[in-house]
Write a protein that binds this ligand. Structure first.
Ligand SMILES: [Zn+2]
Length: 318
């Protein structure tokens, strides 16, 4: 019965019959499965991405992030906005040509460290999951941070989970120390971003280092958000108004994160809670908003349809 229900929810596009729904769809990296930049954790395959755009275009009007968060839209349509987190190079190389030919606007949330050094600890780990020299170097540090609670075998099996669990800025600095500099271009650099800006793509804030902000102290959170605000201002002349929380779930941020973001001039904070934008008038008029987004990886079109449909039946708070 449950499977039957799930199937029907997936197949019927309920959003076709309901209007004034607003969804933000979040992607990370777009590449082919055989690309060296492919990671099953954050990559959407090119053909899947193309299929999603065709599907979404049937039911939604694509608008920019600035438009979707404002309340001056006509109520007889459904709206969608496309965003990319982390500033992967593929947003320029693959997403931009695909979306610009269809006049679909999009926003890229960037991290200063990735732009300047072509690396972030998250991808450093993911690209080194099979590098045993790296794992051997990092294990003693993680072990110490866990008060000797973990053993080598379990760490080797899932290093990413353990590093996330025992996260600290010190641990991350050690990861940067032990991971070889990546020869492949993973992230957008300043020139790439200037190119995208010249084509009308929007650039916004995703913190300096992609730390787990709920595990940072006050000064670290402040630095992560404000230094990225200055970075975007100094390099591109943009006053950053939109901030996407690294990892984006409730466990990844706290009250302090939100307060610091709004104090630094940010008006819109984005999570990865898979819901539409609330439609209540009072919400749309609030100046400082916390906005949900649906993160997409490689779902089938039915699964994507299900992710949208289920929000009509259940209020998620992840
Ligand atoms: Zn991210």
């Amino acid at each position: 019965m449950k499977i039957f229900l799930k199937k029907s929810i997936a197949l019927l596009p309920f959003f076709k019959y309901s209007k004034n729904n607003r969804f933000i769809f979040l992607y990370h990296n777009i590449s082919d499965k055989n690309s060296i930049l492919y990671s099953p954790i954050y990559t959407t395959e090119i053909n899947n991405f193309k299929t999603y755009i065709v599907f979404l275009k049937k039911y939604f009007e694509f608008i920019s992030l600035d438009q979707i968060v404002n309340d001056d839209l006509t109520k007889n349509k459904n709206y969608a906005s496309i965003v990319f987190d982390d500033g992967f190079y593929s947003t320029k190389e693959i997403a931009y040509p695909l979306l610009s030919t269809q006049n679909i606007p999009f926003t890229v949330f960037i991290n200063k460290n990735a732009v300047e050094h072509n690396r972030l600890w998250v991808s450093d780990i993911k690209l080194n999951l099979t590098n045993s020299a790296f794992k051997n170097a990092i294990f003693p540090i993680v072990k110490e941070m866990s008060n000797n609670l973990i053993n080598y075998e379990s760490f080797i099996t899932s290093p990413y989970e353990y590093i996330s669990t025992f996260f600290s800025s010190y641990l991350i600095s050690q990861i940067e120390h032990y991971v070889p500099i990546n020869k492949n271009k993973i992230y957008l650099d300043i020139n790439d971003i200037n190119f995208l800006l010249s084509k009308g793509v929007k650039i916004e804030n995703h913190s300096v280092n992609h730390f787990i902000l709920s595990k940072c102290n006050h000064n670290e959170i402040k630095n992560e958000i404000c230094e990225n605000v200055s970075f975007i201002k100094n390099n591109f002349g943009i006053d950053s108004k939109h901030f996407s929380i690294p990892f984006g779930k409730k466990v990844h941020y706290n009250k302090e994160t939100i307060e610091i973001a709004f104090k630094s001039g940010i008006n819109y904070v984005y999570t990865n809670n898979p819901m539409p934008l609330p439609s209540q008038q009072d919400y749309l008029k609030t100046k400082q908003k916390i906005i949900p987004r649906i993160s997409i990886l490689n779902q089938s079109v039915q699964e994507l349809s299900f992710l949208i449909n289920r929000t009509f039946f259940k209020n998620y708070n992840l």
